[in-house]
Design a protein around this ligand. Sequence first.
Ligand code: ADP
Length: 472
Amino acid sequence: MKFSHKILLCSITILAAAFGFGGFFFVNYVFESSMEREIGQAMDDSSILQFALETAALNIPSKYDVLHDSTIGQIGANLEGSQNSSLLRISDEKLQTLYASEGFVEGNDFLSGMEEQTRVYRVIESEGRYYIQTGIITDALDRSLYLETMRDVTDVFSERSQGFTVYRRLTFMMLICGSVAMYFMSHWLTKPIRLLAKAAGRMTEGDYAYRAEQISSDEMGQLTGDFNRMAEALEQTIRQLENEVRAREDFIAAFSHELKTPLTAIIGYADVLRSRKLDEEKHFLSANYIYTEGKRLETMSLRLLDIIVTKRNELEAGRVDVEQLFSFIRDMYSEKEEVKLKFRYEQGSVWAELNLIKTVLLNLVDNACKASDPGGTIEISGKRLEEGYLFKVKDHGTGIPEEECKKIMEAFYMVDKSRARSKNGAGLGLALCTEILKLHNSELIVESTVGKGSCFGFLLRYEEVKDHEVET
Ligand code: ADP
């Protein structure tokens, strides 16, 4: 059963119960009040008639100081004639009727055993009509007489049954109107739930960008907002996972491709060496090919290992004086004469892992060397900025097309594959730098113009204590 139908059913049940009980108690309350009033009236009538009977008995001439049955009958007739609200009956001490109005009900057993001066009453039904019957023992001269009255209260009973009928109709009408109103209300109240269910369904089908429409600001609206935020987070995670899976697939594809080229060369040249007798020069060339391609494979596997280790490792950072880094590069390239290195840097210290930052700088300088013509100049600089210490490696070499600048950070990506391979490149250096800088909460900044050269930079945060010492 739908939730809106459940709300509807509950509301109708509550409405029916409320109207049913409410109506019953209301009509009954009115009836009881009317009955109380009628009983009071019947008791008053009885008192008046008692008083009138006693007075009439006293007014009988003194020579008749006994009250005969016939006289009592006469008094009864007179009393009845003097009023028309109640029927009356007068009975003697043995409950023998001396006078009774026409239509007075038979039987007066409810009077037997009653005490004097006590007025009693009962409600009786006779031939479809309802009466309040009262009774009292009254003294008239020498006699004790039973005086009974009967007041017609049929109207009160018919008002009650009319009240019930009207109320039943009213309840029925109200239930129909209430059901229609509740149907629309429950439909309107459960709309946010339907919208949420629709959104959940769409997301299950793979439409992660679908969001539930928020139509109110109450608890349901808040729930929709929370649901949408959860969907947002879920979508981001899924996109991230998809990107990671795609990146991994690209990585595996590029890796197998990069393995294939040197392996084909190695197998090919090894086959030539084992199957044919070559002259000394060709023998050397073949062996040299196998050696260089093998070396390339070795470099590639070492770089890959570095990337994997860097990805998994926690940073063991400490205070690093930038002088250590620049001197290391200077020493590494002191023997190489193909390029000129120009250093220009400010003193300072950064918070980093020394060996990892050395690897980054080495890779950047190495790439700059590969991109530069023989005799080219590479500028290595360091500058203190407010946000951190900025390292830059600038060359005046081939440069990188703008659209390639982002891709060169991906593993195995090389702008000019044959040139890169000929220089022992595998497209892994910058991917490694990116991973290392990520560990330092930093990233590579690339500026490059084709034909003019490139500039690679990155920012490292300061080692706070040393900074303070330097400034003072
Ligand atoms: P590798 O140098 O081993 O090929 P990298 O990841 O270090 O791999 O570099 C990826 C590619 O980016 C290089 O193959 C090259 O095409 C390009 N590149 C990197 N640095 C420079 C640079 N300074 N000038 C021009 N191209 C560069």
